[in-house]
Design a protein. Sequence first.
Length: 189
Amino acid sequence: MRFGSREPAETAQVCFQQSSQLQGESLDDWADRVMTLATNALKDLPEYYSNRQTVSKFCEGLVDKDAAVAVAMDRPSTMEEAMNKVHWYQHLHQSVYGRSKKRASKEVFDDGANVFALEEAPEVAQANAAPSQLSSFEVAIEKLQRCFDNMVLKLDEEKTSQGRSRWPRITCFGCGKEGHFKSDCPSLQ
């Protein structure tokens, strides 16, 4: 009231609960923003409780979810302690794993009959690392194409391993023989 704040307490609490670190927002800026939001949202609560809630929200809203979990598990009691732990975690992670936090991705596809994994090709991984070279749409198309190619190969292998057609009781309307459709009829082609 002293500084002319006109938003209801409920609005401040919702803003506090829904906040999270923005992409590109520094750790210090995120901590300042959380503390500002907490000051407005938790002003009627005891200092000890509001401090715990502020530190908890700081950890929950971090972009780096691995650091968030590691720091929250340590249960820091102050914002400064939480920030120091996040900095320390990121420093250790960088020194152990290197600069990049990206891991090789593997996607699992289920076509109804078969489940198979599709690993990123090196050129797709390179495209993911350099978004200026290929858009995410083009990368998705490449993944789908490889998925389709794998499905076709599996169907061909299944057909040749059985030595006969996959649908033996289907009758062709063109020649009257079993095992294929009219559109695949060898005598009409």
